[in-house]
Design a protein around this ligand. Structure first.
Ligand code: SF4
Ligand code: F3S
Length: 104
């Protein structure tokens, strides 16, 4: 599976949503997640993200995010169309240590 990781927080560009063939993205206030049980591992969303937030779960940096994607995918609504990115998305794009800013 692929997972959404820290770089998405406070950006939420949503380019990923448009390309997913199985519509397995779920939307929180300032972050999106992938439902790992629905993702078919096609990989097309990964290069679409301007923040490089999407990683395969085989990547070491994804490990801490897999369960979080699963958990929020159960709570948050499905998203199938790209909406507007968050207003300060470009400012937050390359900032590190955003995990504490994730709105549940
Ligand atoms: Fe959707 Fe494919 Fe990305 Fe999985 S890898 S979330 S199926 S676009
Ligand atoms: Fe987030 Fe990137 Fe999608 S910033 S909403 S994972 S395009």
């Amino acid at each position: 599976t692929y997972v959404v990781t820290e770089n998405c927080i406070k950006c939420k560009y949503q380019d990923c949503v448009e390309v997913c063939p199985v519509d397995c993205f779920y939307e929180g206030e300032n972050f999106l997640v992938i439902n790992p049980d629905e993702c078919i591992d096609c990989g097309v969303c990964e290069p679409e993200c301007p923040a490089e937030a999407i990683l395969p779960d085989s990547d070491d940096r994804a490990e801490a995010w897999l369960e979080l994607n699963r958990e929020f995918a159960e709570k948050w609504p499905n998203i199938t169309r790209k909406g507007d990115p968050l207003p300060d998305s470009d400012e937050w794009k390359d900032k590190p240590d955003k995990k504490a800013l994730l709105s549940e």
